[in-house]
Design a protein around this ligand. Structure first.
Ligand code: ADP
Ligand code: MG
Ligand code: MG
Length: 889
């Protein structure tokens, strides 16, 4: 028989895969002797069994639950449904990767009309007992029976108004008794049966509901965003209850062992006196900072601070801890590796190495390369003048500008229409997840740094301000006000999540400021990695940015955009439309000095670092006007001005556009095929490169141009191109009497090139795998058509695991890269190889390139830090077998 249920102190209970993160850590904390209320975990396998059985708890799982419950009763000395001494439990979801609030939890289970009476007697606090019972009815009805909790809240409101109460604590035991009757009537009306009184039935229903919540909409959405597979399932934890709502010597809270926003090594958290679990996270009341506990309950604070330190040392990572104080006694209800911003992630990793908790390799593995992008974003220029409208808690750093919306649905609609939005809410709940995904940033007026909005935003790397109590929202009229200032729906605001400040309008932005820790971590990465990291940059500005981010050279400098410059495009068109090669040469002669200028700028920026320049690649029609437009314009002129010269020119142009029109431009007359027919184009580009290089060399710089031929499929193409490039380059060298070393290489981006790489290598000084085109030509997909028409479908139904244009398809495209490298090196052992597709900036593709022993990857400037770290991690994983952790999912 499969073991599906594990007591917290079971010795064979281990592993997040089986117990979920929450369950595994509850067991671990029990084992190391922390005060954890006792209980048991029903495994994620049981969740899968539940779904296989048609959303029913299989009999063997039920049996094991019964046995575990008996043990729990024996250990606690209480009984589920026992009149004398009732056991109350929570039924908690807990997946392998934590998904805060996405699935359901039920507290106070085991209460019914009888146990509430004994609880009132036992505690001598009837108010507390009946308050707990009504909370249970509300939660259970919502989660398990599907009754809208609004219905209950309305009854409470009415009751308060009727009796002139202003807040929940004003209600007495008998008020709650009255409301409980009303609640039970609602349940009967809504579900057609009485509220279940049998605690065992309650438990089975709750377990099934929690398993069922694995597939609710918000959980699916959250998984999709974070790339968590759907087959993992959730575990369920049954845990005896402790109560933070038994008076002023009780409370509940959440704390991080370090600041999850900045990484500062200081206990960081919040709590509420006389409250139950959910209250802090739900952001209904803005809680108190943890430091104040030092004054209000010094002993508890002391124990808690020690426990946090202990947990951090045990797990060797920053912890996110849930606790409850029941009548002055501390209980730990959950711990997990805390979700954190990129800034915190980097700082914590570096600090923990300095504190000798982590080795350098471990510190490198701690930071998710994907997260680094957050640190490179522009920030608000603090030297510009702006006025702060409101200030809240700096819940998640980053600057964001957008239009104000007040609901998750509006956020989603506007985003779909291309409007960046800032979601402003009193608080967010897990049901708002689609709105948070759509928004640039989130502002809540209530809730603390550990509220739902704050946790989720940090996990997603979005800016967030919480507890912004200066702001009062009028949801009905879709406005908010701060003092006398009113801000309406779709007005533009800017927020700074690092300071908690909200400003009107759009502000001036400045370049990012990178921390010392960032530079330190990436310097460690550079020491560790084998791959060279280059950048795809076409302009001196881009190149300079990439250098600042640590690029070691340019792996792909495209020359086509240089042709698109509005001043040049007429000359480019003349060149394309030229009838004779003499005419074409004339146009090219005019383009030459302009191109030389482009390259001079780039060489200047790159100094003696290698610069790979790809000669013209796209089909020529891309430089001509759009055909449809042209047809429209000629038709118009036929009517208004049939005799004009303009019409004549337009018609000629149209004829030429039609002539160059292709049915499959992606597979058409482009790349080296252009220069096979019009060699003078490449000749001009090579001359421009050499002139620029010579100029720089004259200034004493050791420029290193690498001239790259695109879209080679047959060695004879490369032979011809090599001859052409060499002739043109040497002509310049001879004419000027200068010398500059240059190399000639090729892109490998069609399967035939990879398959015949040995022949091709004989003509090439280097290979650069153009994995964008190689993916198109290997799959036979045209990228735009695929992405617009069917790729998403393929990913949703798992026909493909990933979008192959984002994650290198290691089995197919990767196989060609492998063959290309092997065959190439079989001819030239030292053949330099790299990749320059977008995959060069994607973590798992970088690991693939590392494994193939490529010399370098090239990616866009903003991906360079990611690539440095990912390359280092690939080296660490290969050498030590270390596993990669995903902290923020
Ligand atoms: P989530 O995964 O959404 O955080 P949890 O299962 O952690 O959901 O539970 C929600 C809240 O209820 C938490 O604040 C938790 O501390 C509290 N809670 C859960 N179980 C108990 C318990 N046995 N006693 C007291 N509070 C509990
Ligand atoms: Mg929790
Ligand atoms: Mg290409």
């Amino acid at each position: 028989m499969n073991k599906h249920v594990f007591m917290f102190d079971d010795t064979d209970a281990n592993g997040k895969e089986l117990l979920g993160g929450k369950g595994a850590n509850l067991a671990e904390m029990t084992r190391i002797g922390l005060p954890v209320p006792y209980g048991f975990t029903i495994s994620t396998k049981a969740c899968n069994a539940f779904y296989e059985a048609g959303e029913q708890l299989p009999a063997d799982v039920k049996e094991q639950v019964d046995t575990a419950l008996e043990k729990l009763e024996k250990t606690t000395g209480k009984g589920l449904g026992d009149r004398e001494n009732p056991l109350l439990v929570s039924v908690r979801s807990g997946a392998v990767f934590s998904m805060p609030g996405m699935m359901d939890t039920v507290l106070n289970l085991g209460m019914n009309d009888e146990t509430v009476v004994s609880m009132a007697e036992l505690t001598g606090e009837p108010r507390f007992a009946y308050d707990s019972y009504r909370r249970f009815i509300q939660m259970f009805s919502d989660v398990v029976l599907g009754v809208d909790s609004e219905k209950f809240e309305r009854k409470i409101e009415t009751h308060k108004q009727l009796h002139g109460f202003s807040a929940d604590p004003d209600l007495s035991a008998s008020d709650w008794k009255t409301l409980i009757k009303q609640f039970q009537t609602i349940v009967e009306q809504e579900t057609g049966r009485a509220f279940p009184q049998d605690p065992c039935e309650q438990m089975i229903l709750a377990i099934q509901a929690v398993f069922g919540s694995w597939n609710n909409d918000r959980a699916q959405l959250y998984r999709k965003w974070h790339g968590i597979p759907g087959h993992l399932g959730t575990a369920v934890n049954i845990q005896s209850m402790v109560f933070g709502n038994t008076g002023n010597d009780s409370g509940t809270g959440v704390a991080f062992s370090r600041n999850p926003s900045t990484g500062e090594s200081k206990l960081y958290g919040e709590y509420l006196i006389n409250a139950q679990g959910e209250d802090v996270v739900a952001g209904i009341r803005t809680p108190q900072a943890i430091e104040t506990l030092r004054d209000s309950m010094p002993d508890v604070y002391q124990t808690f601070a020690e426990t946090c330190r202990r947990l951090e040392n045990h797990y060797r990572d920053m912890q996110d801890i849930e606790f409850t104080i029941e009548r002055g006694k501390l209980f730990i209800l959950q711990t997990r590796n805390g979700k954190r911003t990129a800034e915190a992630s980097v700082r914590i990793a570096v600090d923990m190495h300095e504190e000798e908790i982590l080795t350098k390799d471990e510190a490198l593995m701690r930071v998710d390369p994907e997260q680094l992008g957050q640190l490179l974003h522009r920030r608000i220029d603090e030297t510009s003048s702006f006025e702060v409208l409101a200030k809240g808690l700096p819940a998640s750093p980053g600057a964001a500008t957008g239009k104000v919306v007040f609901s998750a649905d509006d956020a989603e609609d506007k985003k779909a229409a291309g409007v960046p939005v800032i979601l402003v809410r009193p608080e967010t709940t897990p049901d708002d997840i689609h709105g948070i995904i759509a928004a640039e940033a989130v502002v809540t007026t209530r809730g603390g740094m550990t509220s739902h909005a704050a946790v989720v935003a940090r996990g997603m790397g979005k800016a967030c301000i919480s507890g912004c109590s200066d702001v009062s929202i009028d949801l009905a009229n879709k406005t908010f006000s701060v003092g006398s200032t009113e801000v309406s729906y779709l007005e533009t605001v800017t927020i700074n999540g690092g300071t908690g400040e909200l400003m009107l309008g759009e502000l001036t932005m400045a370049d990012p400021e990178l921390s010392d820790e960032f530079h330190r971590l990436l310097a460690w990465a550079d020491d560790r990695k084998h791959l060279g990291i280059r950048t795809n940059s076409d302009t001196p500005d881009d190149a300079a940015r990439a250098l600042a981010f640590g690029a070691e050279g340019i792996g792909l400098c495209r020359t086509e955009h240089m042709f698109m410059d509005p001043e040049r495009i007429p000359v480019v068109r003349e060149m394309i439309l030229a009838l004779t090669s003499a005419d074409r040469q004339q146009a090219l002669d005019r383009l030459l000095p302009m191109q030389a200028d482009d390259f001079r700028g780039i060489f200047e920026t790159m100094g003696s670092r290698p610069v790979t320049i790809r000669l013209l690649d796209p089909p020529l029609h891309e430089f001509l006007p759009d055909k449809e437009e042209l047809i429209k314009e000629t038709a118009q002129l036929e009517i208004t001005d049939p005799a004009s010269n303009e019409l004549k020119t337009k018609k000629e142009l149209l004829r030429e556009v039609r002539r160059l029109d292709e049915s499959n431009p992606m597979l058409g007359h482009r790349g080296c095929r252009l220069a096979m027919v019009y060699p003078e184009i490449y000749a001009m580009q090579v001359e421009a490169i050499m002139h620029a290089a010579i100029d720089r060399a004259a200034d004493g710089a050791a420029v290193r141009p690498e001239i790259m031929i695109p879209l080679v499929g047959h060695v004879n193409e490369l032979k011809a191109m090599r001859r052409l490039v060499k002739e043109s380059a040497d002509r310049v060298l001879n004419e000027t009497g200068e010398y500059v070393a240059y190399t000639i290489g090729t892109m490998i981006e069609v399967p035939r090139a990879a398959l015949t790489a040995d022949a091709i290598a004989a003509e090439a000084d280097f290979f650069s795998f153009g994995t964008n085109d190689l993916t198109q030509t290997t799959f036979g997909y045209s990228r735009d058509d695929a992405e617009n028409k069917f790729l998403q479908r393929y990913i949703d139904d798992e026909t493909l695991a990933d979008n192959p244009f984002m994650v290198l398809d290691s089995e197919g495209v990767g196989e060609l890269v492998k063959i290309g490298v092997e065959k190439g090196r079989s001819v030239k052992e030292q053949l330099k190889t790299g990749i320059c597709g977008e995959h060069g900036g994607e973590t798992s593709s970088i690991a693939f390139c590392h494994a193939q022993r490529l010399d370098y990857i090239s990616c866009s400037p903003y991906r360079v830090p990611l690539a440095r770290l990912a390359a280092a991690q690939a080296a660490v994983v290969e050498q030590t077998g270390a596993a990669k952790e995903k902290i923020n999912v």
